[in-house]
Design a protein around this ligand. Structure first.
Ligand code: RP5
Length: 163
């Protein structure tokens, strides 16, 4: 299978968060690439990346950024691929700035916005898997197995003191 997911982030400092999503893509056997692409520091690279992603075979983009987080929105503006935005937890405002920057897209250019931080990174990967599952039966199967395992894990540990 060729690379299906492009995971980009505004800074190497975002990797600590985004690596949780990468681990999910690994677990589900989804081929992906990871790259730092900054809307502010490397704007030309962002345009090139977004413009070429579809022709390179990428089917979903996960974009993580913090603070004045323009990366997901600007990426979505330059491609019609689905773009999933992960608000990275910023130091100054705990990620509320990231969340609002990513979620409040004006009508016309959508970004599927996830939760702030680790949960968002994980769910971004799982949502990418759900999108890809429409086309790739093997990904659907692995996603269902992931959910079954998660359910069984919770049901088999009902006593929180023993978790
Ligand atoms: C954003 O600025 C990045 O997405 C990162 O979350 C934030 C801080 O970046 P660094 O100053 O740590 O490189 O562009």
């Amino acid at each position: 299978m060729h690379i299906l997911v492009g995971m980009i982030m505004g800074s190497t400092s975002d990797w600590e968060t985004m690596s949780h999503g990468a681990a999910i893509l690994d677990e589900l056997g989804i081929p992906y690439e990871v790259e730092v692409v900054s809307a502010h520091r490397t704007p030309d690279k962002l345009f090139t990346y977004a413009e070429q992603a579809e022709s390179r075979g990428i089917e979903v983009i996960i974009a993580g950024a913090g603070g004045a987080a323009h990366l997901p929105g600007m990426t979505a503006a330059k491609t019609s691929l689905p773009v999933l935005g992960v608000p990275v937890q910023s130091k100054a405002l705990n990620g509320l700035d990231s969340l609002l920057s990513i979620v409040q897209m004006p009508a016309g250019i959508p970004v599927g916005t996830l939760a702030i931080g680790k949960a968002g990174a994980i769910n971004g990967a799982l949502l990418a898997a759900s999108i890809l599952a429409n086309k790739y039966p093997e990904i659907r199967q692995r996603l269902k197995a992931y959910r079954t395992k998660q359910t069984e894990q919770v049901l088999s540990h009902p006593d929180p003191r023993e978790a």
